[in-house]
Write a protein that binds this ligand. Structure first.
Ligand code: EPZ
Length: 429
């Protein structure tokens, strides 16, 4: 198993190209199941999760081609991929595939809407909590689906097409918003989703669906209205830049000091996180090419954060922010409200010398003047990158084990960081 070796202490200086967003690319790829035409996606990041979803979609009969040369603007990282679901050969998503990547459960919406049936394995829990699927089931039932849960599978049927309805999410869910929005595009009549997720990835998906001929308004607000159509066509659509990757590198610079331009990043996708990073003492400015993050000399100020659905501070940056706070000049309080078990990084940060105490869903971080490198274990995607950030600022050598977690969501992490002066390398085997 690969490891990442870091020798900390260098400031980061230079340019980091921001890749297409994993969490936008995945639902967009799944949207290809809604049409027998070709959906071409630009700026698709090269990540283990994307490759896994390509395999899962292939199981349903989706063909894909990777087009053209690599894009110059993003320095050869992201790709343009065309997906064609002309023939759906299988409407079952088996446990072996769904258990590897939770988002693959989302195929249930398009498969059901397009073919009238879907049998999708329950995804099960994961490192960050139990993660139920009750909202998907309730919501699809509200659109007229017959649903049974049988032998670990959700079996959904809508023989006479889904029917539009009003559905109020009892809790904000990104995935359930994606799925109901996709399903409703092909339903009879109008669907109104209330208390919908407002994440930029939902907006990116709605724009793609509209380019495919859907009639969606209100994406990005709590109320999304979808006027069902008989069929969707192909389209060409661009994946938005990854706001979590952006925030991660911004926090890395805030921690190590330095001056970095995050190329292609969009501040409007993560304003609440940028505001928090600025309050820690980093200087953040928007430039023509992206976002510039600088921190010189002065220490890191402690800031309290509470994770919230968009536009609040994202749960996917909580671990990284905790990494930053481990070296603040004081005490900060970090409260996780989205997932029940998203503090797996606490024990590992402690191995680097961090002082963190947990009380329920809140972590109190008492900043220390220095961290010391150590071997640490990655537990999930965002937790593992928080260890990388801390390792970049720690004295001496840090080895992050189980790097496959990082490969799920960070494109060429060690290359991007080492080009900015970090001492970081992958050790194979
Ligand atoms: C998406 O997950 C992201 N994944 C997550 O990023 C992100 O942390 C999360 O949204 C929140 O922003 C992708 O986009 C692929 P949710 P999702 O449904 O859609 C509960 C990463 O690191 N819930 O918005 O699965 C759920 O348990 C990943 O890139 C129900 O109770 O998250 C959680 O407490 C991790 N019932 C809350 O809602 C349901 O049926 C929000 O989860 C569905 C969700």
């Amino acid at each position: 198993m690969d490891r990442i070796r870091i020798v900390g202490g260098n400031p980061l200086t230079g340019n980091i190209p921001i890749s297409g967003a994993k969490n936008a690319a995945l639902p967009l790829m799944i949207a290809s199941l809604l049409t027998d035409d070709t959906l071409t996606l630009e700026n698709v990041p090269h990540l283990a999760d994307v490759e896994q979803l390509i395999r899962i979609l292939g199981n349903h009969g989706v063909d894909y081609t990777v087009n053209g040369r690599r894009e110059r603007q993003s320095e050869g990282y992201s790709r343009t991929i065309s997906f064609s679901a002309r023939n759906i050969v299988d409407t079952t998503a088996p446990y072996e595939l769904v258990s590897k990547m939770r988002a693959s459960f989302w195929v249930i919406g398009p498969l059901l809407a397009r073919t009238g049936e879907a049998k999708v394995s329950l995804p099960g829990g994961c490192a960050i909590g139990t993660r139920p699927v009750d909202l998907f089931i309730d919501g699809l039932q509200a659109l007229g689906a017959d649903i049974d849960v049988d032998n670990g599978y959700v079996v959904a049927k809508a023989k006479n097409r889904l029917t539009g309805n009003r559905y109020v999410f009892p809790k904000v869910s990104v995935g359930a918003t994606h799925v109901l929005m996709m399903a409703a595009t092909l339903a009879r009549s109008e669907t109104v989703l209330e208390n919908a997720a407002r994440e930029p990835e939902v907006v990116n998906l709605a724009e793609c669906l509209n380019a495919m001929g859907a009639r969606i308004t209100g994406a990005g607000t709590p109320t999304i209205t979808i006027e069902g159509v008989d069929s969707l066509s192909g389209a060409r659509h661009r994946v938005i830049p990854d706001r979590i990757e952006t925030g991660t590198y911004a926090m890395a610079v805030a921690m190590t000091g330095g001056d970095v331009i995050l190329e292609g990043a969009r501040a409007d996708l993560l304003q609440s996180a940028l505001d928090v990073i600025a309050r820690t003492g980093a200087e953040i400015t928007e430039t023509n090419s992206g976002i510039r993050v600088m921190r010189n000399g002065a220490g890191i100020a402690p800031v309290d954060v509470v994770t919230e659905p968009f536009p609040g501070f994202p749960t996917d940056l909580q671990a990284q922010f905790m990494g930053l706070m481990t070296m603040s000049k004081g005490k900060s309080k970090i409260t996780e409200t989205i997932f029940e078990n998203r503090f797996m990084h606490v024990q590992e940060l402690a191995r680097l010398g961090a002082h963190i105490t947990l009380s329920g869903q809140t972590a109190i971080v008492e900043g220390v003047s220095k961290l010391k490198g150590a071997p640490v274990m990655a537990t999930d995607l965002r937790a593992s990158v928080s260890l990388v950030i801390a390792g970049l600022a720690a004295e001496g050598e840090t080895t992050v084990n189980r790097v496959y977690h990082l490969d799920r969501g960070f494109e060429r992490l060690e290359e991007k960081l080492s080009r900015c002066g970090a001492v970081i390398e992958r050790i194979s085997g």
